[in-house]
Design a protein around this ligand. Structure first.
Ligand SMILES: C[S@@+](CC[C@H](N)C(=O)[O-])C[C@H]1O[C@@H](n2cnc3c(N)ncnc32)[C@H](O)[C@@H]1O
Length: 342
């Protein structure tokens, strides 16, 4: 399947808090970005590329599926559509790898030494994402496992359920791998931390290092209503990983596949600067409304009472923000009470 390339006619930008979102193709945006100007990347790319092509998005919006599996509604609730990665052909996979090879080398130029990249993936295609990142020269630093049970896998053979009632074709998916890479350091970790303010991950607290397994849950209906994107990631999870990628909270975090802007909202809630790039005008408009709404959510899923306190005033460090002491960050963010799996 050859996806038609989306052409973005006019680049448009909007900002909310410390976040800026641009309507553009990320490869073109990266080519124009100054070298050594981004301190971290947290992103959730189109794993199969074809699912966010104009043709497949048209089918999804018409409710006709295509590469998207539209699960039957259940208990009166409509489930989110899921892309079917098992339908990708050898040619699709080759194209996917070529795209990520270009993407990885563009990132290498704009990132500072020691910058971390955290990329959402899927057990079926994670190797296709990992290889171009490693070949571009990034160091593999492991994976972060988001523990989440989805509707993927776990089925008996199609049209032979009764004959083979005791087997499952693929395991029921209970985790999502997020690949972790780092641009090579300049000198030792301590040298890089001093010079570039990157190279390590921020601890949860003095006594608790950042860990690589995070209990999560499917994105809550309330968040989906604020940001109707089929791949929306939950704030509680996003805030934990975004917080970790800037060891001192200094610099800017980039999401080149921003969707409805869940990474930018998470960064805002943390007082971090962020940039997003999204090429689909439909999702760009959704993000314009969603980023303010998601930024204001507390860990309980309710909006913070005092919006003015969300963003520190000029010259004030994010940790001085009154919101940090009240609702506030530790509570609003994360997690210290992890998400309860449903
Ligand atoms: C998996 S979704 C990200 C969803 C996001 N994590 C959220 O929570 O809303 C990937 C997004 O990347 C966008 N996209 C795909 N290719 C792109 C490109 N070359 N440049 C910019 N955006 C792109 C798609 O339109 C889609 O919205």
């Amino acid at each position: 399947m050859t996806p038609a390339r989306r052409t973005v006619k006019k680049s448009e930008t909007f900002s909310y808090g410390h976040a800026t979102l641009t309507l553009a193709d990320c490869l073109e945006w990266l080519a124009d970005r100054a070298p050594l100007s981004v301190q971290a990347v947290v992103t959730d790319p189109p794993y199969g590329l074809v699912e966010y092509s104009p043709q497949e998005q048209a089918k999804l919006r018409a409710g006709r599926g295509g590469v998207w599996r539209i699960p039957p509604s259940f208990d009166g609730h409509n489930r989110s559509p899921l892309p079917r990665f098992t339908t990708l052909t050898a040619e699709d996979l080759r194209r996917l790898e070529q795209f990520f090879a270009r993407w990885a080398s563009s990132l290498m130029r704009v990132l500072v030494p020691g910058a971390h990249i955290v990329v959402a993936s899927n057990p079926l295609v994670s190797h296709i994402l990992a290889r171009p990142l490693a070949e571009a020269g990034f160091e593999r630093r492991g994976e972060i496992i988001r523990l989440v049970t989805t509707l993927r896998g776990g089925d008996r053979p199609k049209n032979a359920h009764q004959e083979f009632s005791d087997v499952t074709v693929m395991p029921r998916s209970m985790f999502e791998p997020w690949l972790l890479f780092r641009k090579p350091l300049e000198g030792r970790v301590q040298d890089n931390l001093r010079k570039w303010r990157t190279g390590a991950l921020r601890r949860i607290s003095r006594n608790q290092p950042f860990g690589d397994v995070i209990a999560s849950h499917p994105t809550r209906p309330a968040e989906r209503a604020l940001a109707p994107h089929p791949s929306l990631k939950p704030q509680t999870f996003m805030r934990q990983i975004v917080r970790a990628v800037l060891p001192f909270g200094e610099g800017v975090v980039l999401d080149p596949f921003a969707g409805a802007g869940s990474m930018l909202a998470a960064a805002n809630a943390l007082g971090y600067a962020s940039i997003g790039v999204e090429y689909d005008p439909h999702y760009f408009e959704i993000a314009r409304a969603a980023i303010p709404a998601l930024s204001r959510l507390t860990s309980r899923g309710t909006p913070i009472a005092d919006e003015a306190s969300l963003f520190p005033r000029d010259g004030e460090s994010p940790s001085a923000s009154p919101i940090r002491r009240e609702d506030s960050c530790e509570n609003r963010l994360f997690a210290l009470a992890p998400d309860r799996p449903r």
